[in-house]
Each structure stands twice: as C-alpha cells, then as structure tokens.
Unconditional design. Structure first.
Length: 73
C-alpha cells in the first residue's frame, strides 16, 4: 500500500511562520496587532494563519542593513 501525504498548505501557523522568519511568536502577534504584518484570523481570538510571501514582504520592509567589520559608505 502506498502512503500518500496530504498536499502542503500554503498557510503557516504562527509557530511555522516564526521559524520561517527566525523570530519569536510574540513578535509576529505584535506585528499583526500593529497592522504591520498581514495575517488571516480563524477560529478563536488568537488563531492566525500567515502566507510565506506576507512574511517575506514584512521582513523586507522592516529589516535594517548591518555592516560588520567595515566602514559605512
């Protein structure tokens, strides 16, 4: 018998999104509450789902360039 895995959902849980962004879950909740990060709310009050592209967009907007060991231009 061949076991089939269900198709992977494009929606991430907060824990999966935190791993994707390499940050804590509380950071994501705070950013969603502040309106800086898109999320879909399902079920209860704190049940969120996020798309990887939303996280990447948020990271692109909020990241800062850090120069290590060199002079700043």
């Amino acid at each position: 018998m061949i076991e089939r895995t269900p198709p992977r959902s494009p929606w991430l849980t907060v824990a999966e999104a935190a791993a994707h962004a390499r940050c804590g879950r509380k950071v994501l909740y705070r950013e969603v509450r502040a309106g800086r990060l898109r999320a879909a709310r399902i079920g209860g009050r704190r049940e969120l789902r996020l798309r990887p592209e939303w996280i990447d967009e948020w990271l692109g907007r909020t990241c800062a360039v850090v120069i290590v060991g060199g002079e700043q231009p």
